[in-house]
Design a protein. Structure first.
Length: 166
C-alpha cells in the first residue's frame, strides 16, 4: 500500500472520543438525575485552571421545553468539560440549538489522578460539595435533529412542561 493510500485510510476512518459498552439494557432514563429537552441559551467558558492543561470547563444554560425527570424549572445549568477520551464532555453544545439531555447530579470537587495531577476541578468556581448537574456518557443525549435522539424522544413519550420560576 502506498503512503497516500495509507494516509487516506487513516484520515477517513471515524474517530471516537469514547466507547460505551453495556451488557444489559439500560432503564429509559439511564439512571439520570435529570432528563429534559431544551434549547441552549448561554454557554459560558469558565476560568481556566492551569493544572488542567488547557481543558476547558463550561456552564451551559438551557431553556427547558419538556421535562421527564428532575427539578421542573424554566432554566437548568449543566456543567461540562471539553470533550475527551474520558467521556466527560459538554463542549459540543451550541447556543440556539435544541437538545435532549440526560444529566447526573454530582457535587463540586477537584479530582486528582495519583494524588498530584488535577484531572478536573470545580472548586474554584463552585464551593466544595455544591450540587451540580453534569453531562452523562452513554446516553442518547444530543441535538434533537439527530435520528437516534428522535428515537429516544419517542421512547420517553410526552414530558411535562417546566414550572415557572417563583
Amino acid at each position: 500500500m502506498n503512503r497516500l493510500a495509507l494516509l487516506g485510510f487513516f484520515t477517513c476512518a471515524p474517530v471516537f472520543s469514547c466507547t460505551c459498552v453495556s451488557a444489559t439494557k439500560q432503564p429509559s432514563d439511564f439512571g439520570a438525575s435529570a432528563v429534559f429537552r431544551g434549547t441552549v441559551i448561554e454557554k459560558k467558558l469558565m476560568p481556566a485552571r492551569t493544572e488542567m492543561n488547557g481543558r476547558g470547563r463550561y456552564a451551559i444554560t438551557f431553556r427547558v421545553d419538556e421535562n421527564w425527570k428532575g427539578a421542573r424549572q424554566r432554566t437548568i445549568v449543566i456543567y461540562g468539560l471539553d470533550d475527551g477520551t474520558d467521556c466527560m464532555g459538554g463542549s459540543s453544545y451550541t447556543v440556539g440549538k435544541n437538545y435532549l439531555v440526560f444529566a447526573s447530579e454530582e457535587t463540586s470537587q477537584d479530582v486528582y489522578l495519583d494524588g498530584t495531577h488535577l484531572w478536573f476541578g470545580w472548586t474554584d468556581v463552585l464551593p466544595q460539595g455544591t450540587p451540580m448537574l453534569v453531562t452523562m456518557a452513554c446516553t442518547p443525549s444530543g441535538e434533537t435533529s439527530q435520528g437516534f435522539v428522535r428515537d429516544a424522544l419517542k421512547g420517553l413519550r410526552k414530558g411535562s412542561p417546566q414550572f415557572e420560576d417563583k
